[in-house]
Write a protein that binds this ligand. Structure first.
Ligand code: TXA
Ligand code: MG
Length: 347
């Protein structure tokens, strides 16, 4: 049931925990393939999975390090918030708070090509990196037997953007994913050609009239018929299909209260220090608090720690956060993009 795309072939008894480096397993969407994909996902690997819309590049949404792997594999220069896929409405309700509109839409269209952006629940397990630091969460219950079986087997929400490298077309067949992502992800679970072939519709239910954030597999008319009212349009005045959300909410949560100073060679009195790697900047005795994104200089670990570390330092009440230089290659590009916006967003 399982063949490799690149040499050397896997050993007969593969270690499910070891990240597969440079080798992508092709798994068929049968019980054995689903079990293997679930083991890889639970071990923190990235696996492409079929949904009714497009193939997604999935990782355990509760594990920030696994989520960082998605950005790494896609070569995304930014941490966009990702959709958390759930097996059913009950598991989605653990992650998000559903108002009457959201509940009605979920009941009408799930499983199916509708994503609901709702406030984060107190019981949520989805990592901050998967939400890009937002206090809301995008949730979807896909309508595909292989995706459903996988979600049940993993028993955790799966973060999954479309399984294409950043800037390329979304894949609707396993072979498209293989062409683009071979060697960059642990496995591809083949569930045949996707039925819908375009992404889910995204509707935000964050109080007031639900807002259409992205057109997709469910039509506006169908949604409005269920709600009995007209959807508000995305006000973020961008033609990016995924422009996230209403002004204010995003910015305020993205920006720490403290002044953020990048590329700090020395820590000034009263500053908190956000470090990267094993060589500390000068003036460490001045630091009122210290966090290291990754002492080993591991960008994947740094990405996983980024939001939590910024929040922890901001919560110390320090007037400023001095950020040591972070390399700009690989995931470093998205990390420095986020830091730069934190430095600029203020005030
Ligand atoms: O059909 C689909 O939705 C596919 C399949 C794989 O499920 N997934 C997909 O994911 O298209 P992605 O990551 O390409 O798109 C997710 C979009 C992003 O553009 C992001 O801006 C938006 O959802 N989004 C996620 N969380 C959000 C939030 N809290 N607020 C506003 N927008 C959010
Ligand atoms: Mg996409």
């Amino acid at each position: 049931m399982n063949s490799t795309l690149t040499a050397p072939p896997r050993p007969a008894t593969p270690d499910p925990i070891a990240p597969v480096s440079g080798t992508t397993e092709m798994l068929s969407g049968d019980d054995a393939g689903i079990a293997r994909a679930a083991a890889l996902l639970r071990a923190g690997a990235c696996v492409a999975l079929p949904t009714e819309t497009v193939y997604g590049l999935a990782a355990d949404a509760t594990d920030a390090r696994a989520v960082a792997g998605i950005y790494e594999a896609k070569g995304r220069p930014r941490f966009n918030p990702l959709i958390a896929h759930c097996a059913d409405l009950d598991s989605a309700c653990r992650e998000g708070v559903f108002d009457a509109h959201a509940r009605r839409l979920a009941q009408a269209f799930w499983p199916g090509p509708l994503t609901l952006v709702v406030p984060l629940a107190g019981t949520a397990r989805v990592s901050e990196l998967a939400r890009a630091g937002l206090p809301s969460i995008a949730l979807r219950v896909p309508d595909h037997p292989v995706a459903t079986a996988l979600l049940r087997a993993v028993d955790r929400p799966l973060a999954a953007p479309s399984a294409n490298p950043s800037g390329r077309i979304s894949p609707t067949e396993a072979v498209h994913v293989a062409r683009d992502m071979e060697g960059r992800i642990a496995a591809i679970l083949d569930g045949g050609a996707t039925r819908i072939g375009l992404e889910s519709t995204i509707v935000a239910c964050l109080g007031g009239v639900p807002r259409l954030l992205r057109p997709g597999g469910v039509s506006r008319e169908a949604i409005e018929a269920v709600l009995g009212l007209a959807l508000a349009d995305d006000s973020s005045a961008s033609d990016a299909p995924s422009a996230p959300l209403a002004p204010g909410m995003l910015t305020s949560h993205y920006a720490p209260r403290a002044r953020v100073r990048l590329d700090a060679q020395a820590i000034e009195p009263g500053e908190a220090a956000l470090l990267f790697g094993s060589v500390p900047p000068h003036g460490m005795q001045n630091a009122v608090a210290v966090r290291n994104l990754s002492e080993n200089g591991d960008l994947r670990e740094a990405a996983a720690n980024l939001f939590g570390a910024m929040r922890a330092l901001d919560e110390t009440g320090a007037a400023g956060i001095a950020v040591a230089p972070v390399p700009e290659h690989g995931l470093g590009e998205a990390i420095t993009d986020r830091l730069r916006r934190a430095a600029a967003d203020r005030g």
